[in-house]
Design a protein around this ligand. Structure first.
Ligand SMILES: [Zn+2]
Length: 294
């Protein structure tokens, strides 16, 4: 393991162009955990009433009313998008690419890259952003920032929001598990309900920002196709391997000067064609990122 870190560090030091491909595992490493203590703290009441035990299942529960659904979902968005990650993993990663010509391709929707200082022009969020609303139909290809709307729903449940966006309940109070109907988010264009701008079905809105990010990604990849480039994959599982993992393998295969570095607790195999240009680092990705900082 030490040898892999040493090799990766040396490769990064010698390479100007780095593309990061990040999956859910990176946010898990940063402490965005969807069950256990974090779930209990913000969703314990929902869990007890409806019988689920993690934030993910809670998002799929068939709530009887939109008011209950949004009480749950507003907490979910706030906790996983507007609150800071418990550990500075993204900040460390940002240090790692300081002074480099970097780009980020990610399936994460939690906005952590931007919060850590990564330039928006160098990011492509393929699966959307938890901080945006879109029309549920959709009637148009627009998205809207949802911070104010979500904040209102949170406050209506009795929570207080600190300057650091932390949620807390005043002493002795219990949170409401529903919101006033007046706060239900409605499309400014057609009046239908709004929904989060996440790719979960074919209704996902690819707005102007998304299109711009998609082409920025294309341009970056093309510009570095025949240059020394590091493809740094972090926390990508096998849910949607086509977006990052297979894509990176392909790019590395086609560019003899490219190196593939994979950080994943279960760093698996790579195709034999790129094995000699691959560095696999298993174990805790947070620790590996820290060790890779120059
Ligand atoms: Zn609409």
């Amino acid at each position: 393991m030490k040898e892999a870190i040493r090799k990766a560090k040396e490769t990064l030091a010698q390479t100007e162009a780095v593309i990061i491909g990040a999956g859910a595992g990176l946010s898990t490493a940063a402490g965005f955990v969807y069950s256990g203590e974090r779930f209990e703290k913000y969703f314990g009441d929902f869990g007890r009433r409806y019988g689920f035990r993690d934030m993910y299942s809670g998002g799929f529960y068939p709530y009887q009313t939109q008011e209950e659904f949004w009480a749950y979902f507003s907490r979910n968005i706030w906790v996983n998008r507007y609150m800071n990650a418990p550990k500075p993993v993204y900040q460390n990663l940002f240090q790692l690419v300081q002074g480099k010509d970097y780009f980020v391709l990610t399936t994460n929707v939690d906005h952590c890259f931007q919060k850590a200082g990564f330039e928006k022009q160098r990011l492509f969020y393929t699966q959307g952003d938890y901080g945006l609303f879109q029309c549920s139909k959709p009637c148009c290809r627009k998205t809207w920032d949802n911070e104010e709307s979500v904040r209102g729903m949170i406050l209506s449940q009795g929570f207080e929001i600190s300057a650091e966006n932390e949620l807390r309940l005043p002493e002795g109070k219990t949170a409401a598990m529903t919101i006033p109907s007046a706060l239900l988010p409605k499309c400014p264009n057609c009046g239908r309900p709004l929904t989060t701008n996440l790719r979960s079905d074919d209704k996902f809105v690819e707005d102007e920002g998304w299109e711009a990010a998609a082409s920025a990604y294309e341009v970056w990849v093309k510009a570095h196709q025949q240059e020394k480039t590091v493809y740094l994959e972090i926390g990508v599982g096998f849910n949607t391997p086509g977006i990052i993992k297979y894509n990176f393998w392909q790019q590395v295969y086609q560019n003899p000067q490219a190196v593939y570095i994979c950080l994943n607790p279960e760093a698996g195999d790579v195709p034999k064609e790129i094995q000699d240009r691959s560095i696999l680092i298993g174990g805790d990705s947070a620790a590996a990122i820290e060790a890779l900082i120059p």
